[in-house]
Design a protein around this ligand. Sequence first.
Ligand code: FEO
Length: 405
Amino acid sequence: MNATQIKPDVYWVGAIDWAVRDFHGYMTPNGTTYNNYLVMDEKITLFDTVKYDFSEIMLDNVNQIVHPSKIEYVVINHIENDHATSLDRIMAFAPNATIYITEKGKKGLARFFDISSWNIKTVKTGDTLNIGKRNLVFLETPMLHWPDSMMTYIKEDKILISQDGFGQHLATSSRFDDEFIECASVSELEDSVIDYYANILMPFGGIIKNKLAEVQKLGLDIEIIAPDHGVIWRKNPGKVLQMYTDMASGKANLSVAVIYDTMWHSTEMMTLPLMRGIMEEGVDCKVLKLRATPMSIAIKEFWKARGLLVGTPTLNNKMFPSMAEFLQHVSGLRPKDRIAGAFGSYGWGGGAVKEAYEWLKAMKLETVEPGVQALYRPAPEDDQKCYEFGKEFARKVKEYHAQFE
Ligand code: FEO
């Protein structure tokens, strides 16, 4: 993919990673892109770099516009490996370039590179930098999603370079939202935004809300949002801003994600009457078996729904290991504004459903108890209990959901 003009003298010079499927444990079935940007002004400025494996592609793209040795400023919005590990390649060409980065970014950078000979200036929210005809405004976004993170606004072009924020793991030949929608669909793009938010940004909803308010207060007129992954938002940046506002405010579908695993199909059999009960209450339902579903997709589907029902057989008085892994992931993402319950089968002592509730309550999720359990194989009376619990759970989901409407 060649360098692509976003606005006059502003270019995307990144790389597309069509093949990545495991992004530090996060499944990326659609690959990703590593976006970085070059601005041709009196001071030629590069924003971020790319994952090291793609540094040659980035250098080729830069070279289509200008020789990398001409770069005078490098803005590093985020030091995570997928964006900063090619920095030394740039600095090898442009050793006198000045790097602009947050204080925490500088500290982190020193752990990855020998920065002793680099000219580094630290910046904070509200600091500005004139690069010729343009002025940059820096906006720190600590813990979105690393301590070093920041965004940079190009005032004259009305472009917000938003690093991971508003990104999507989506390898595509489309550089812009409108191009992608034309060849794919709005829902596919939206789904990628939700997937990214659920798996990476979910723990930071409160910070996101405050940061969005801060951006509003700064009165930044944003025409284009240029993230470090996925498509650039030029047709409708308001769309992704609204999606973030909604997700950070607890928006979810009036639906239930039934996420389960099973040993000898007993717990699986319980999902059918549960689903029937849920749907009879007019609540949508999606059922996912953990060992048949990549973890990041299970997380996304959990995040989309207001209600979560986890189903697990008992193994050695504990939850099934795949359910323990799932709840461990969910717990780390510190979800809010969801209601949950549990069900499962057991042979003798039981224990899995109890343990699942302990996890759900430790996450401070609203719970509907005591759930439902079946000995060995669900009998007709167990089916009835599941059906009734499905109905009760759906009613509780509706009540809980009403406060967000
Ligand atoms: Fe895309 Fe936080 O790195």
